[in-house]
Design a binder for this molecule. Sequence first.
Ligand code: HEC
Length: 435
Amino acid sequence: MTPRKKTTDEKPKITKPAHPKAVSPIPSNKTKSAASSSAKPKAASAKSQTQKKSAVERPRMYVRFSLAQRIEHVIMLLSFSTLALTGLPQKFPQAEVSLLIIRSLRNVETLRLVHHVAATVMMFGAAYHILVVGYKMYVERTPLSMLPAIQALLYNLGIKKSRPQMSRYTFEEKAEYWAFVWGAVIMGLTGFMMWNPITTSRLMPAEFIPAAKAAHGAEAILAVLAIILWHFYHVHLKIFNKSMWTGKLTEEEMLHDHPLELADIKSGFVPVKIEPSIKRKRQLIYFPIAGVLAAAMLFGIYGFIQGEETSITTIPPRVEQEPIFVPQTPTPLPTIPPTNTPSPAAAVVTWKTAIEPLFQQKCTMCHGQAAIAGLNLSSFADLMKGGQTGPVMVPGDSANSLLVQIQQTGNHRGQLTPEELALLIEWINAGAPEQ
Ligand code: HEC
């Protein structure tokens, strides 16, 4: 399209505001030198205006975001960044930079804690946002300026030929807002499932928990990319929009991005006027409802973070030397309660008859005279002395015997076959008789 055509496209549009009461949005000439622009139609020169900054006078500013909105944005910015910085290292634990971040917080436990705190902050932010939107909808009855606009969609799909004039929020801003809402819902739900695995497995098959983990990580990447590509491009690169910090936009910026809103402001058009008495009445209805809603959401957040111990702490604390990550192990045989005396009918497995020969064959080349890891397995007495970390066997309790635990990881340097391991477990559970 030639620039000329664009001009004719834009000009009639801008004089036809979406709001019935709005008058012509063409700005007054106050803010710029008359010579430079009075000859051209104002709407058509909107673009060139942004380039030629009027150096003559300080441009008129339009309030865009209240202090509360800007604080809300900062809180979301901080919690989002913290979530990304502490979440991605959990998704990519092998990466150098992940290790750097994990180490800078001492360990992965602290990292998870910080992640959870940031998530909690974001949940509070979301709850606050819901209450504010509720107030605007019920008490102030402001038009829902964030709703998706069909015109912009048709234009982006190529069905409509000219880009529609934007009002309070542009297509890009709406897309980002709804992406954030969508992301927050997905991350909240899947985060809940990982944070509360026991509750989750009561509500649905437990396979959903690893699925939630996968979704959480994938959505995280999507969200971070959306911020880096979409947000940074539209807010920092295409133009540098500082309104989230200063709270204001210049007239030029308003005309460029939000011509319809500017038109409304200039014409003094107020979408909804409410009598103070009506406002008071609505507040009297809304505040109790909001109070109940707030209490429910606080209760929900409390349940979310306090409802149960996380997947990590529900596992009993382990021996310190044990690796944190243990590859899949064969399911251990059920532990027989210690009071159970072995039935006399069963053939008794003893050190002499079964275990000593087994260890001679499989272990003593390392755990014999050489006593690797301080462990000598050549006699019953030596076995009972244990290894470098203390006792390796608790008679009657194979599950807590290092001897068994080490073998169950399945990759020890001297590895028993599953049958041999079962024999060892049977022996220990029977009280580890020597004779
Ligand atoms: C090829 C050498 C080798 C053989 C064979 C071997 N181990 Fe080990 N074992 C090691 C080494 C090395 C360590 C120390 C570090 C480790 O766990 O990797 C160790 C550690 C252990 C420990 C931990 C001791 C402690 O106090 O930390 C136990 C228990 C153990 N082995 C049991 C066995 C048993 C049972 C067998 C036979 C089925 C066996 N090992 C065969 C090399 C061996």
